[in-house]
Design a protein around this ligand. Structure first.
Ligand SMILES: Nc1ncnc2c1ncn2[C@@H]1O[C@H](COP(=O)(O)OP(=O)(O)OP(=O)(O)O)[C@@H](O)[C@H]1O
Ligand SMILES: [Mg+2]
Length: 231
């Protein structure tokens, strides 16, 4: 199977005032489909920058990014937003749920964005809440849920549209270790069931044992990359 993510000679330089920061310095990376991949590295090494490029939130300074067979650099802003809405789910460290929406409404929201008909939307949303064990909490708002429950809502929201890729930036950093471990187990199970590629950034080496593929980044460069690891 062709890789679902392919980065070729990618560089990313941030310019703030007169200062340039070379956040990524020549990244070549392939990620196979249907894997639980982990991006590890110290704070400031470039993990979030790399996830933002894979997630089509940002563009590289040099090099090419290909996601799900699509060369990202060739898309207009509108086409890119549409591509992102259909193909990529995000799970953030701080959950970033909409506070005035219920768990149900938060999970349903990405389906509204892609214009799915109401009946299918309801079926999918309920099935996804069920899958993350939150059927009973459907009507509760984020501030009425525990941290682990909020993160499960975020996982359901990321997965509900059936994206090819789910990106998670330190999704367990704000959780206690037992809840974090339960969240990882849940993501692992959902990943295996849904044929989705998970790419998970963390600086916690304890999480490494859960990965099919580990990508280590240091100072904006990969060390010991595993391009095209067996699918
Ligand atoms: N918007 C920005 N403007 C300028 N520099 C930035 C910007 N975002 C990130 N950087 C710099 O780019 C480098 C990589 O940052 P990045 O956020 O990708 O690291 P990270 O590996 O995600 O770190 P952490 O584990 O702390 O989240 C750092 O030196 C950071 O200071
Ligand atoms: Mg980061």
């Amino acid at each position: 199977m062709p890789p679902v993510v392919r980065l070729t000679h990618v560089e990313k330089t941030y310019k703030a005032e007169a200062i340039e920061v070379a956040a990524l310095r020549g990244i070549d990376l392939e990620i196979s489909p249907n894997r639980f991949s982990m991006l590890i590295g110290a704070s400031g090494s470039g993990k979030t920058t790399l996830l933002n490029l894979i997630g089509c939130i940002d563009t590289p300074t040099r090099g090419t990014v290909e996601v799900a067979g699509q060369q990202i650099g060739t898309l207009s802003d509108d086409a890119l937003a549409e591509f992102r809405a259909r193909n990529i789910g995000f799970i953030f460290q701080n959950f970033s749920l909409v506070p005035v929406l219920s768990a149900y409404e938060n999970v349903e929201y990405p389906l509204l964005l892609v214009g799915m008909p109401a009946a299918e939307r309801r079926d999918r949303t309920l099935a996804m809440l069920e899958a993350v064990g939150l059927a009973k909490q459907a009507k509760q708002r984020p501030n009425e849920l525990s941290g682990g429950q909020r993160q499960r809502v975020a996982i359901a929201r990321a997965l509900v549209k059936g994206p090819q890729i789910v990106l998670a930036d330190e999704p367990t950093a704000n959780l206690d270790s037992a809840t974090g471990a339960a969240i990882i187990d849940l993501m692992r199970r959902v990943q295996a069931e849904s044929n989705t590629t998970f790419i998970f950034a963390t600086h916690d080496p304890h999480l490494m044992s859960h990965a099919d593929q580990i990508v280590t980044i240091r100072d904006g460069m990969l060390i010991d990359p595993t391009p095209g690891a067996a699918a």
